[in-house]
Write a protein that binds this ligand. Structure first.
Ligand code: G3H
Ligand code: 13P
Ligand code: ZN
Length: 309
């Protein structure tokens, strides 16, 4: 068992009705909760590390913790850099043993996005590492309310085909209406499935990635609020929309916010219900269990990913 790339995982998932969960990790308890769930579900797994995670936990700790998870679980795990900002951070992660990196050039114009993505692809492929890129901009809560705004921010299918052909990237994150965090939609949730289908039709062999795919389950928001939180008006992508996206080329589904909500709800509840307890292992342990059951739910009910090893 080892750290592996996502190549084989995606090849198996593409054009089948399941996707690989890519879960963000920031500390030991989060890693253990996710990995325990994937092991029980016999599911392929991507653990991803953001710039914020590297700043919080420090890169060496995260790499060693994920290596420990491979040893402890006996699973193959893909270790992925989430939203690599530039070539240098991608190179550092390749050199540190990551098996997959994302170069997020979505802030650039098309040609500059291609240039920086190509540079990363060349270096990563030389080192046996796969690359995810992003085309289009993830919409914020106020964005993409009308067709013009959508065309300006969402991924243009023809550009996606050209982008992949010119960069040689291994997978592509698309913008179809999702966004990061707990406040994704003000009114009725909307994803542009027609656009997703067009992209998938043009590049059927390219694994697509859905960022901002948390559902922000009302039950967990309510539990956070019940135990002293203040998270009003949070709303995510309904789970049936994720299942639908998975049918149209989406092989990697990024989930962070739902883990945060699950852990926070449980930690808040534990601390409030156990005022005399001051052993951090008790509330962190409760948080770890909450992560595990959320990830099991995602894998089995939303990603259709159980028993795919
Ligand atoms: O892409 C966003 C992920 O949820 C990571 O968030 O930058 O706060 O670690 P972060
Ligand atoms: P959420 O905020 O919806 O969990 O998205 C996470 C993500 O896309 C990480 O790259
Ligand atoms: Zn993301």
């Amino acid at each position: 068992m080892a750290l592996v790339t996502s190549k084989e995982m995606f090849a198996k998932a593409l054009n089948q009705d399941y996707a690989i969960g890519a879960f963000n990790v920031n500390n030991m308890e989060i890693i253990q909760g996710i990995v325990d769930a994937a092991k029980e579900e016999k599911a392929p797994l991507i653990l991803q590390v953001s710039a914020g995670a590297r700043k919080y936990a420090r890169p060496a700790y995260l790499v060693k913790l994920v290596e420990a998870a491979v040893i402890d679980s006996g699973l193959d795990i893909c270790l992925h850099l989430d939203h690599g900002e530039n070539f240098d951070i991608c190179k550092t992660c390749v050199d540190d043993g990551f098996t997959s990196v994302m170069i997020d050039g979505s802030k650039y114009e098309f040609e500059e996005n291609i240039r920086v993505t190509k540079e990363v692809v060349e270096y990563a492929h030389d080192h046996g590492v796969v690359v995810e890129a992003e085309l289009g901009k993830l919409a914020g809560i106020e964005d993409a309310v009308n067709v013009d705004a959508r065309n300006a921010t969402f991924t243009v299918p023809e550009e996606a085909a050209e982008f992949v052909a010119r960069t040689g990237v291994d997978s592509l994150a698309v913008a179809i209406g999702t966004s990061h965090g707990a406040y994704k939609f003000k009114g009725t949730p909307y994803l542009d499935f027609e656009r997703l289908k067009e992209i998938h039709n043009l590049i059927p062999d390219v694994p697509l990635v859905l960022h901002g795919a948390s559902t922000v389950l009302p039950e967990f928001v309510a539990r956070c609020n019940q135990y002293g939180g203040n998270i009003p008006g949070a709303q995510g992508v309904p789970e049936e929309m994720i299942l639908e996206a998975v049918k149209h080329g989406v092989c990697k589904v990024n989930i962070d916010t739902d883990l945060r909500l699950a852990m926070t709800a449980e930690v808040r509840k534990f601390i409030q219900e156990n005022p005399a307890e001051f052993d951090p292992r008790k509330f962190l342990g409760a948080g770890r269990e909450a992560i595990k059951s959320m990830v099991k739910h995602k894998i089995s009910d939303v990603l259709n990913g159980s028993n795919k090893l």
